[in-house]
Design a protein around this ligand. Structure first.
Ligand code: SF4
Length: 219
């Protein structure tokens, strides 16, 4: 299947979807958003990194920031914080720099490595877009965390790529139906930037449920 540009999902939405499907739907289907300290922090990190169109070559590596990427077959588009092109014998030809290069995406994140796979899935989809655009294989990329100042090497194998495809199918399906999953309180809710919007609905539905069960007891 080939998706039109109108149908494209934002790659950055994958992290929301993996964190909580409802959070993704509130932002990307219902366009609701509340900035808190955590999201503001993340946005500033990305603004600093995303110097779109910047590229330079140092020794055998070309650094490209804010590279626009898309995949019509996955139906996604977005930007990569940083793509490194490392000179190698079997990589992608870049005539301007004379030679062939391996393609390595690097995504910058606030905090430290997460327990869930939200960052990994985002990086995986960026790599899949680059693979489609540049006709190459990308076996690994990096996640850089500003709290630990550490780059974590992420192996981008078929298992992760298949999982990413499954997630994207689910996202397309929900968006097509315009369906926002119901609120379900989990430990993720404490760190959620949308809890003020989302949880009152949960509280309300709880009260209704309580009311109904109490009403039934009265009979
Ligand atoms: S408050 Fe909880 S259920 Fe609601 S969007 Fe956030 S993480 Fe999801």
């Amino acid at each position: 299947m080939i998706y039109s540009e109108d149908e494209h999902l934002m790659i950055s939405g994958i992290q929301h979807f993996v964190f909580c499907r409802r959070q993704w739907a509130l932002i990307h289907i219902e366009q609701q958003w509340e900035e808190n300290l955590l999201t503001a922090d993340g946005r500033i990190i990305h603004e600093n990194v995303h110097d779109s169109g910047f590229h330079e070559k140092r020794k055998d590596i070309i650094y490209t920031r804010g590279m626009a990427v898309a995949s019509p077959t996955l139906g996604v588009s977005g930007e990569c914080d940083l793509v490194e092109f490392h000179k190698s014998d079997k990589g992608v030809p870049i005539f301007r720099y004379g030679g062939t290069f391996d393609v390595i995406p690097v995504e910058y994140k606030r905090g430290k490595a997460k327990e869930d796979e939200s960052d990994i899935m985002q990086l995986t989809v960026q790599a899949m877009c680059l693979e489609e655009m540049l006709c190459c294989d990308i076996p690994y990329g990096f996640l850089y965390y500003n709290e630990t100042h550490h780059r974590e090497k992420i192996i981008l194998d078929d298992v992760k790529k298949q999982k990413a495809v499954k997630i994207l199918h689910e996202m397309h399906d929900l968006r097509q139906k315009g369906y926002t999953p119901k609120a379900k309180r989990t430990k993720s809710c404490n760190a959620c930037s949308l809890k003020e919007i989302c949880l009152p609905a949960l509280e309300k539905s709880k009260n209704v449920a309580d009311y109904i069960s109490k009403y039934m007891e009265d009979f």
